[in-house]
Write a protein that binds this ligand. Structure first.
Ligand code: NAG
Ligand code: NAG
Ligand code: NAG
Ligand code: NAG
Ligand code: NAG
Ligand code: NAG
Length: 810
């Protein structure tokens, strides 16, 4: 049992550290709803907020409400469908969308008896809808009424595939292996497959090819199938955890002795197979944990027994692993990858101190090796949650919360992918009174959701350009008293108060429609849904049922293409037993006409009204003009809508460059100067088994920056090759090349902007200096790549909780 649990915590590895993934889960295919006892007090705050109890009420706004016209009421009534799941006593419902645009939803209802009577009382039912939730059919007979494991849920295939896997609960005793049910036609028919092993965790699909499956068995075998479960082969023994890399590369950790004991994790081998289990390469030894995030492979390695763990990074699928150049951290501290893509990653490094709850955010270079400081005092709660949020509706925008010295939590936002951060503007429709100076919007993130202050995380989607919906409060810092819903339509530059109180919300029709349901109604029951066709400015209220329900969750097809939304909940049936109810509303009837060209308007991103025109829309070297829906256009984008944009490159400025390894920002100019204390000016990187010595010019383009012309530092990179590990002679320090005259003008003009960064850079200089004094290639300590959470800690409430059983890698 212990073994199974550790495997699970290993599998959670990427998920827990990567907020991007967690957010992705929100829009992912599977979600679970749970029932609490009828009448139980709803919306109770389960844990007290630690530090931020602000006494004074925050300034507020009046939400804009519009009446529903009789016509709208009529068509909505016609297009609302209610399903009561009579006689189903399932305590939890798990929903999965199968395929894209198929309208197929599979619903698994399970009742789990106490652990000791697990196989007696437990039962499950399976339902299927093929019309976006308007009607459901009980299809339990298709799987011979077999009890399906709730913890493994329903596993839908990747992308638009129609593959589905259900895992039966099979007693380990007297059975040689488990049983799965597979479907290739989106749940119309199922076939049972006898497995030659007992799975220890949910089966994982390859993120592109649904034929490729991988799973670890309860005795540590790594099992692979290349034909959607028909034939399984045991590829390896003593496996601890695995993750897909790019292509069909599979990484896994295994014990050198073939068995795994959880206290010997620092002795694991990190292996790789690029041909689905035929041949293996050992990528690293003495591995404690590993993960694959963005395009980067991370491994925490114990180099000598009892020594702290060291973080290694590879940007080429493990061919070359290099030590991450991060400040040292003691054994109690942790590192956590917040988010990452092909270009770079955001890394949180915990500050020293037993209960500091904060740390520093670093951004990596394109190799994942060099890190520059981006944000200090970054909140990372004791529950292992960070509020770091990728605002996916506008490039380069991220927001998160910082824990300040006065113990208050404040929200900061960056519009240039971590280059600099600032407080959020006051919402336009909120008046602050005399306290104008301390009047900013603060956003609730994962930390607040975990503490049951808000039911949802900030919401954005790449198809709904600029749109951000989030819970927040206005004032000097975040307040737990009464979060309201705020909306931004320009990616976080300006905000408006949209709805009073906490809500569940969803983006439909690529942003043309937003719907919301009150989270904590007074008597715990709801019968209304609010919707807005003008990006959250004004809202109409529709009563979707005559008999109110205890709300469980809001569910719509992943992505934002749909206009069908289901409200899930339960209410007492005729026998006063709780009955599950799904009400599906088709909003297509409200948006009667398709959008025409003149419904769209050109919009330059990152050029807010009254903002500094210096930026002029340029972020990471280019600007984007989008064609977006006019606010007063009431029309459908439709399923075929694609975001249309024009891109133009920007000239480079100093801000498009970082100071490279061994260089620092000079205090009074924006030049990168050579570290004077640096005895050795080189950076040794292992490439193809040879040590390459990079003698950098001092400047390095920000990863993923596409600027052209403008500021161009002279690049002087020499390299010397020798076998890795051999003693290296000091390289000849290269003279720093002076900047061309015309770029100096640019540099001077930029100084104002650069000063903000200088503060941060000063500290980088300090750490870099310290590194050079100590050792040429310092050993950075590493305690745990991810913050280890307790996998057993499950909040059982009636709020929608997000299941982690989707594929971990995009
Ligand atoms: C397993 O099989 C043995 C004999 O083959 C039998 O005595 C025992 O009752 C079985 N256990 C279960 C749980 O069926
Ligand atoms: C259900 O049971 C019948 C009879 O035992 C069998 O023929 C059928 O294949 C089973 N269906 C599945 C999906 O296992
Ligand atoms: C943030 O989200 C955008 C849009 O989905 C994505 O392209 C980008 O890679 C994400 N950034 C990171 C660092 O993960
Ligand atoms: C809708 O429901 C609300 C709250 O239950 C109620 O106050 C309101 O009168 C209803 N509106 C209509 C038009 O039935
Ligand atoms: C809503 O559901 C209906 C079927 O009930 C479907 O025909 C329609 O395409 C769906 N609308 C959208 C936008 O997905
Ligand atoms: C930077 O400029 C300030 C004021 O001009 C001066 O006092 C300071 O000494 C300068 N610092 C360096 C390192 O030159």
């Amino acid at each position: 049992m212990t073994w199974i649990l550790t495997v699970l915590s290993g599998a959670c590895f990427i998920l827990l550290g990567s907020v991007g993934d967690c957010k992705e889960k929100l829009s992912s295919r599977t979600m679970s709803f749970h029932q609490t006892q009828l009448g139980e007090k709803q919306g109770q705050v389960l844990t007290r907020q630690r530090r931020d109890d602000t006494a004074s009420p925050s300034p507020t706004f009046t939400a804009c409400k519009l009446p529903l016209t009789p016509y709208e009421l009529g068509v909505l009534d016609q297009n609302t469908h209610e399903t009561g799941f009579h006689g189903d006593d399932g305590a939890s419902f798990t929903l999965t969308w199968v395929g894209d645009g198929t309208g197929v939803i599979l619903v698994l209802s399970t009742i789990s008896a106490p652990l000791d009577s697990f196989f007696e009382g437990a039962s499950s039912r399976l339902y299927r809808s093929a019309d976006y939730g308007k009607s459901f059919y009980d299809i339990s007979h298709l799987i011979n009424n077999t009890f399906i494991r709730k913890d493994f849920g329903i596993l839908p295939g990747p992308g638009n595939s129609h593959q589905v896997i259900l895992t039966a609960e099979t007693p380990v005793l007297n059975n040689s292996g488990g049983v799965i049910f597979i479907s290739t036609d989106a749940g119309v028919s199922f076939k049972s497959v006898q497995l030659p092993f007992h799975p220890a965790q949910p089966i994982t699909f390859h993120f592109l090819n649904p034929e490729y499956l991988v799973v670890i068995s309860i005795d540590g075998g790594l099992w692979l199938s290349v034909n959607f479960g028909a034939v399984w082969i045991k590829a390896h023994e003593g496996t601890y955890s695995y993750t897909w890399g790019s292509g069909i590369t599979l990484f896994f950790s295994s014990s050198p002795t073939g068995t795994v004991e959880s206290d010997r994790r620092g002795e694991l081998l990190l292996k790789r197979t690029e041909d689905l289990g035929k041949t293996f390469t050992t990528v690293a030894e003495n591995v404690f944990s590993f993960g694959y995030i963005g395009g980067f492979l991370f491994a925490s390695i114990i180099e000598t027994l009892g020594a702290p763990r060291v973080l290694y990074v590879s940007s080429d699928q493990g061919d070359n692993l290099n030590k991450a150049k991060l400040p040292s951290a003691s054994t109690e501290q942790f590192y956590s990858v917040l988010d990452g893509d092909e270009d770079m990653i955001f890394m949180h490094v915990d500050d020293a101190g037993e209960e500091s709850y904060f740390g520093t955010v670093y951004i990596s270079d394109d190799r994942g090796i060099l890190y520059s400081k981006s944000l200090e005092h970054h909140l990372f709660g004791g529950e292992g949650k960070s509020d770091f949020t990728n605002v996916t509706s506008l490039r380069g925008v991220y927001l998160t919360n910082i824990l300040e010295e006065d113990g208050r939590i404040r929200t900061v936002i960056t519009f240039n992918r971590g280059g600099n951060w600032r407080a959020l503007n006051k919402p336009q429709n909120v008046e602050c009174g005399e306290d104008e100076g301390n009047c900013n919007l603060h956003i609730h993130g994962e930390h607040s959701r975990f503490n049951s202050i808000t039911p949802m995380l900030p919401l954005s989607d790449p198809t709904a350009i600029g749109l951000v919906i989030a819970h927040g409060s206005v004032g000097d810092s975040i307040s737990s008293t009464r979060p309201d819903v705020f909306v931004s339509e320009d990616g976080g530059y300006s905000w408006r108060g949209a709805l009073r109180g906490a809500h569940h919300y969803s983006i439909l029709d690529s942003g043309g429609l937003i719907v919301a349901v009150e989270a904590h109604p007074r008597d715990g029951q709801i019968n209304t849904i609010k919707f807005s066709t003008d990006e959250g400015q004004c809202w109409k209220v529709y009563n979707f049922t005559k008999q109110p329900i205890f709300f469980a969750g809001l569910a719509s097809e992943p992505g934002t293409k749909t206009m069908n939304i289901s409200v899930w909940g339960y209410r007492p049936d005729e026998n006063n037993q709780p009955m599950w109810v799904a009400v599906t509303i088709d909003f297509q009837s409200i948006l009667t006409r398709e959008c025409r060209t003149d419904d769209y308007v050109q919009w330059l991103a990152h050029a807010p009204e009254g903002g500094d025109s210096a930026m002029d829309g340029c972020v990471l070297g280019y600007k984007e003009v989008f064609f977006r829906l006019k606010k007063n256009s009431v029309c459908r984008n439709g399923r075929d809508y694609v975001v249309s944009r024009q891109i133009s490159p920007c000239p480079c400025t100093r801000e498009d460059y970082l100071c490279d390894y061994g260089y620092y920002h000079h205090e009074n100019s924006s030049e990168c100067l050579k570290q004077p204390e640096a005895v050795d000016q080189t950076l040794n990187v292992c490439q193809n088994g040879e040590e390459v010595e990079l003698i950098p010019s001092g400047y390095r383009k920000v990863p993923g920056d596409y600027c052209v012309g403008g500021f161009t530092p002279l690049r002087r990179e020499e390299s010397a090759k020798r076998n890795c590990g051999s003693s290296s002679q000091p390289a000849t320090p290269s003279e720093h090349s002076a900047l061309p005259r015309e770029t100096m003008v640019l540099v001077v003009a930029c100084i104002g902007v650069v000063t903000v960064i200088l503060v941060a850079v000063a500290s980088v200089v300090y750490t870099v200096t310290r590194m050079f004094y100590r050792n040429r290639v310092p050993a950075y300590r590493f305690s745990a790549l991810q913050f280890q959470d307790d996998p057993e800690r499950v909040t059982v409430t009636n709020r929608a909780s997000v299941d982690s059983d989707d594929d971990l890698i995009e």
